[in-house]
Design a protein around this ligand. Structure first.
Ligand code: NI
Length: 169
């Protein structure tokens, strides 16, 4: 089932999400629906608060469905290592049509739980590292526009407000 994506302007996106404690069929269904929603959007990462669920989990697939090994759900993720830096264009499904340059670590090691509660480490570079960093931020209510300078951020917020007024958001 395709879920509605919460867009910037909704207070939900700036809240800290709660730990996942139940690894039940409801969680499995949520993750299935999130993958369907992300591939349909299309996007390479999606955090639960973006579909209105304030829980600490996100999904990603930086191969956009081409490589099964890159399809992963991370429950209760904790970033253990951040190394180096990369600067590149970044988007977010909660900010349709908006891309901005964001500095992120080039390598990230994250510890997370899988759908059954088992824990695993993921050691990723480049786009996947950018994605883990971006999606983990969502779970703390942090959005990518916070990395912009105050001036650029205000300009962008004004552009978005205009689109909200014009019914284009
Ligand atoms: Ni995002």
């Amino acid at each position: 089932m395709i879920l509605d994506i919460v867009k910037y302007g909704d207070a939900l996106l700036t809240k800290r999400a709660d730990e996942v404690t139940e690894f039940d069929s409801k969680l499995h269904k949520l993750v299935d629906d999130m993958f369907e929603t992300m591939y349909g959007a299309p996007g390479v990462g999606l955090a639960a608060p973006q579909v209105g669920v304030l829980k600490r989990l996100f999904i990603m697939d930086c191969s956009s469905g081409k490589n099964k090994n890159q399809k992963v759900a991370l429950i209760n993720p904790i970033i253990e290592v951040e190394e180096g830096e990369q600067i590149g264009d970044e988007g977010c499904l909660s900010f349709p049509g908006i891309f901005v340059q964001v500095k992120r670590p080039q390598r990230v090691v994250v510890r997370a739980q899988d759908l059954n509660g088992g824990s695993f480490d993921l050691d990723v570079l480049d786009l996947e590292a950018r994605c883990v960093s971006h999606e983990t931020d969502h779970l703390d209510g942090d959005l990518f526009i916070e990395y912009l300078s105050p001036l650029k951020r205000d300009l962008l917020k004004r552009r978005i407000k205009k689109r909200i007024r014009d019914g284009e958001w």
